[in-house]
Design a protein around this ligand. Sequence first.
Ligand SMILES: [Zn+2]
Length: 264
Amino acid sequence: MVVAPGWGDGVCRHCLVGNTHICPNVRWPGFGPVGGFAEFIPVPARYLVKANRRLKFEELAPLTDAGMTPFRGMKKLRDAGALGPGRVIGVLGIGGLGGYAVQYAQLLGGGAKVVAFARNPDKLAIAKNYGADHIINIKDKSSNDIAKELSKATGQADLDAIIDCAGAEQMMQLGFSLLAISGHYVDVGLVGDRVDIPLFPRVSREQTFHGSYWGNNTDLTEVMALAAEDKIRHTINIFRFDQINEHIELLRAGEIVGRAVMKF
Ligand SMILES: [Zn+2]
């Protein structure tokens, strides 16, 4: 079993369509009365989701968070019609979430070309390994140079869809500068807290921005179904409870490649 993390009140209109994680009365294990780095917590039964017994703890743990968040974001792009043959999707930021986003772009993209953007060559290598058709290192490059590189790689200088796994201001400015006519931009990252972008192209090019926050029971159930079929690959660093502070520092410094999992 795994735990779907957004516990709603069960009665509001968001809960009633299954989006308990955006309920105005939501409770998050780890942010409220229970959870965090506890070994055991009480969980309302309806938030337990079945997981294949064969899967290991360290494979399941990141799927409830880093593995689910970009999945929901990718579904929003798919449901908006932003993916499919002849489209190009950009994955911005290849950290704990981006490595999964690249895989979901291939699984749900319906033939769209997948391009990963990041500054760290090790992280880009992971993206390539996970099925990115192209990788672009954006470190110290102007958005014009990046557009040229994108054009050389894919035959077009813009992106029909973007999943942003960083949410950092500079990265978002780059993302919006690359967003195509009728493009869809979904952000799941929360590194920055605000963004300054030109308004006119958003309107004249009829672009859409989607916020996408963690995931609900259905998202987690679908991720578990993919995991049960070995369709999701992981880059995991396992550490012990007493190493937690140093790993939080590494995470803050952006030095964790993939996802860190604490084992008791
Ligand atoms: Zn509710």
